[in-house]
Write a protein that binds this ligand. Sequence first.
Ligand SMILES: [Zn+2]
Ligand SMILES: [Zn+2]
Ligand SMILES: [Zn+2]
Length: 648
Amino acid sequence: MAGHKHKDGIDDISWFDNLLLEVKKVAEPIFKENKDDFLKNMLETLSKDSSECVLMNPKAPSKSIETSCHHRKRGNILFKMNRLDQALEEYTKSVAYAPSGSEECALAFANRSAVLFKCQLMSDCISDIKNALCANYPDNLKAKLYHRKMCCLKALNPRDPLINKTLAKARSLVSKMDQDKQKAMMDVLDHETRNLRYPREKINCHNWNFEDTVPAFDANNPVVPGFCDAIEMKYSPQYGRHMVATRDIKPGELLGLQKPYTRVVADHMRYKLCWHCSKQTWSSIPCNTCGEVVFCSAVCRDEAHKKYHYIECWLMTALLAYDGHTDIMERFIFPLRLTIMAYKEAGNSMKVLKKNLETVDAEKDPMKKGLVNGKFDPSKFSSIYCMESTPRSDDFDIILFTILHSLIGGFLFCIKTGLHSTEENVPIKLNTLMNDNYKFIIEFIYKNMWLITYNSSVVQLPNGSHDIAIDVGSLMTPGAFFNHSCAPMITHGNFGEYFTTVSICPIKKGEQIFESYGPILQDESKVERQDLLKTYNFTCDCNACKYNLEPLFLDDIQSMVTPKELSTIMKKVERWMVRVDQVTEELTSYVKSNNRKMDLSKDIKQVIKYVEQAWSMFPQKNAFPVLEAVNKLQILLTMLQTPILCLD
Ligand SMILES: [Zn+2]
Ligand SMILES: [Zn+2]
Ligand SMILES: [Zn+2]
C-alpha cells in the first residue's frame, strides 16, 4: 500500500489500516450471520457505534514542481542510457505533474520532444515543442528548440516555407544563449542554411497516430444498438438474459460495433494512453488540475472533464495514495466513474438519481429491465444498471475491501459534491457522517463494484509479446448479455471508440451465443477453469464442463476421418501455426517501420475457410484441429487492432 505523510504527522497508511481493522471488527460477524442484508445491517451498526472508525479528508489535488522535476531528471538518465520508452513515460509524468504554464512544464515538454525527435515522430515532436514554447520556456534554450523544430519540418516536407522562418527564428535567439554555446550553435545553423540550398533526399519520419477506420456495418438490432439483427436477447430461468442467433452465422462475421458507456485505462497504461479515448498517445497533454492522467487532445480533455473527470480528478489523487494495488482502476476508479456519470445524468440531484434507480429496480420483467424507449441505450446509466450486480462472493476479504472502497469513495464523492462539508486534512469519525445520502452512495458504489466485476470487458491489445496481447483497460457496454462457455463462439476487439463482437465459428440459427470470461478448453483443465471463474461465482455447464470433455488429439481423431482428410487438415494446422506465429512476431515492428497497420484481410479470409473446413470435418468440436482453427482466427482478429507500440 502506498501512502504519504501529512504535515501534521498523521500517516495515510495508518488511518487506512486502522479503518480496515475497525470495519472488519464490525462487518465480519454481521457477514457471517446474514449475507443477504449484510450491507444495510452493517451501515446501521456503523452509524450507531463507530467511535474508532476515522476517515481523513485529503488535500485537494495539485501539481507539484518537485514531482515534475523528479520525473524529468529520471527521464534524463534514461534518455542518456537510450531507454527511450521509459524516458518518454518519465517525461510524460513530468509534463503531467508540472503546474500549468510553468517553466517545469516547458522543460518537460521540451525534453520529451527530444525523445520524439530521436524516434523520428516529427509531428508529435513539433506538437511538444509548441507546448514548451507556449509555457515558460527559458530564452537561453529557445534557439536549440527552434532548430529541432526546423529539422522536423524539413523531414516532414523539405519545401515547407516555415523551414526558413523557423531557421531565422533560431538564429535570432542565438544571442540569448550562454556565451560559450553561441559559436557552436551558429555553426550548426550555418550548416543547415547551406544544406537547405541543396536539399537532399527526404528524411525518414514516423507517424504512429492511427485513426481506426470502422468497417461498413448495419447496426440494425432493434433492441441492442450497435448490434446487427443476427442476434437477439432472450430470457430463461436457467440462463437469465442471454443472446441467441436469429439466423445461421458464419465465422468472422461482425455482429456488434458498440460505443461503450464508459471506459477506464489500466493503471500501468495511465501515462501512455489517453484517459478519455484510450488511444496510445506520444505527445499527450496533461489534465489542468491533477497529475494523474493525460489526454491525446484538448477535445478529449475537455469532454472527459465535462462528463466525469470534474469530480474524478479530485478523487483520484486521494485514492491512488490509499491503495497501491495494480487493479485499482477496475476496483476503485471504475465504480466511482459509474457513480459520477449516473449522478451527472440525474442532473446532479440525489433525489432524481434515487428515482432513476428505483425505476429500474421496480421493473420485474427481465426482457424490459433497463430499456430506455425500448432500447439498451449506450448513453444511459439505466441500461448499465440493469445488469447483474448481486454480490455472490463468500470470500470475506474481497467483501471487506469492497466495503472499505465504498466507504472511502462515497466519503470523497460526498465532499466533492457538497453533500458533506468538512475541513481539509482533519480526521472525521465515521458515525457522524452516516446520513441517508452517504449511506445511499455507499450502497450505490458497492453495487457498481459488483456490476463491474460481472459485466465489464477487458480491452486487450497486441504489443508484440508472446502473450499475444496485454490488458490496457476495461469498458462497459449495455445489452451484450453473452454467457460464458469454455468453448467461446465470439471474440471482442477495440476499434477507435468502438468495441466489436465477431463470430469465430459457425453458429446455427436458434443456438445460444457464448463468449469466454477467461478460461478456454484447450488452455486449462476443468479444475483450473472453474477456479478462474470463481469471481463470477457460477458453475460452468458448457458441454466441455458438463461431460468432462478434453481436447481430442491425433490418436483420438485418427479414426474419425479418412487418412486423406486427416492429412489435408493437418497441413492447415501446421501452416497456420507458422503463419500466426510470424504475424504475432512481426506485427509491431511492421507497424513501426511502415507507419500503417498490417493488412491481414487475406489471412483472415483463408483462416475462416480453415475454420469452416475443420468444423464440417469433425462433429466433435473438441477435436484439436477445430480448436486450433478457431483459436487462430481469434488471434488474427486480435492482431487487427491497433497495437501498443514500444519505442525501444
Ligand atoms: Zn483521446
Ligand atoms: Zn485531473
Ligand atoms: Zn465450461
